[in-house]
Design a protein around this ligand. Structure first.
Ligand code: P6P
Length: 339
């Protein structure tokens, strides 16, 4: 009943941001990020319809070249971040090179983001999402910022989050002191606090989530690990949306395991470190879960301990309920011990 007009003390995301961070630039930055997510949510909801009339790469009634939704989402987010006057370096999944914000608008944060992850799903109305990770720049404010301000280990992340454009628009966020969930109330235009601190369930659902179409491309250990979930009694349920934000959101709330391992086709994995692996690993760890690469570059690594050398580096990702992830790590440990 709360938050439908009768509430006189609405717990908005804006209020949470103000209370959770005493840094005015981070408050302003998060205000801009939530504005970007609201704008993308509106475009996604609209495009779900317009998509039927060829939204992608076509001209609209006034003859303008209508932008593909992921490009549109990227421009929305870049403008929101630049105009926050709180950012120095931006890395977008949609852009080859980092954006160094002009000095007049530069601030002390760096943001890596995927403006519309899973956008190949938009035309069939499958949920998509925006993912972001925030760092504080390490270069001095009188120095020009550079990519080295953001090419750092995931443990340096100040805040991470995602916004899922699903049946509802959910925004999940951590400043490192607890994961919180907010749901957009379109009648108010505000994200309302709906859950938090969010923790992976103590009694998780038995769900494994991966693209089994790649089964023949996996190494023996990954095949054995996934087979073990299927041969349980009762077997685990298979759930795979193919949109990382959806698969991680379900894993966070229901428990279970999400895997995108390396394979013969994607030898270093498919998902990108800076704006998929790191933010999701930060959220899952803050919610009491584990996020690992599995056996990668000869050793088992915590995703957040990786140190990317390129802004679009990829890595294998296995994350979720600790007992489920540990089962996969145990299989890899046996592989290493036999090597
Ligand atoms: P596949 C979407 O394209 C994405 O980047 C993630 O959102 C998702 O988890 C993954 O790729 C899906 O990849 O190979 O299963 O289609």
């Amino acid at each position: 009943i709360d938050n439908v007009g009768g509430d006189t003390d609405t717990k908005t995301l804006q209020r949470f941001i103000i209370s959770a961070t005493k840094d005015i630039q981070l408050t302003l930055l998060m205000t801009s990020i939530q504005m970007g997510c609201k704008s993308i949510a509106r475009a996604v909801r609209k495009a779900g319809i317009a998509g039927l009339y060829g939204l992608h790469g076509s001209e609209n009634v006034s003859g303008d070249q209508v932008k593909k939704l992921d490009v549109l989402s990227d421009e929305i987010f870049v403008n929101c971040l630049k105009e926050s006057h709180c950012c120095a370096v931006l890395v977008s999944e949609e852009r080859d090179d980092p954006i160094i914000v002009e000095a007049a608008k530069a601030g002390k944060y760096c943001v890596a983001f995927d403006p519309l992850d899973g956008s190949s799903n938009i035309d069939c109305n499958v949920s998509t999402g925006t993912i972001f990770a925030i760092y504080e720049r390490i270069s001095a404010s009188d120095q020009s910022p550079s990519v080295t301000d953001i090419l750092r280990a995931g443990t340096a992340i100040v805040a991470a989050g995602y916004c899922m454009y699903g049946s509802a628009t959910d925004l999940v966020l951590t400043f490192g002191h607890g994961v919180h969930r907010f749901t957009l109330d379109p009648t108010l235009g505000e994200f309302i606090h709906t859950q938090g601190p969010v923790k992976l369930p103590a009694k998780p659902k038995h769900i494994y989530s991966c693209n089994e179409g790649n089964y023949s491309l996996w190494d023996d250990a990954m095949r054995a690990a996934v087979d073990a979930f299927k041969h349980q009694d009762p077997p685990y349920a298979a759930r795979y949306v193919g949109s990382m934000v959806s698969d991680v959101h379900r894993t966070l709330l229901y428990g279970g395991i999400f895997l995108y391992p390396a394979d013969r086709k994607s030898k270093i994995g498919k998902l990108r470190v800076l704006y998929e692996g790191f933010p999701m690993a930060k959220i899952v760890e803050d919610a009491g879960g584990i996020a690992t690469t599995g056996l990668f570059q000869g050793k088992i690594q915590r995703v957040l301990d990786l140190h990317p050398s390129n802004v679009h580096d990829r890595c294998p990702i296995i994350l979720g309920t600790p007992s489920d992830v540990q089962r996969v790590l145990d299989v890899y440990a046996q592989v290493i011990s036999k090597a």
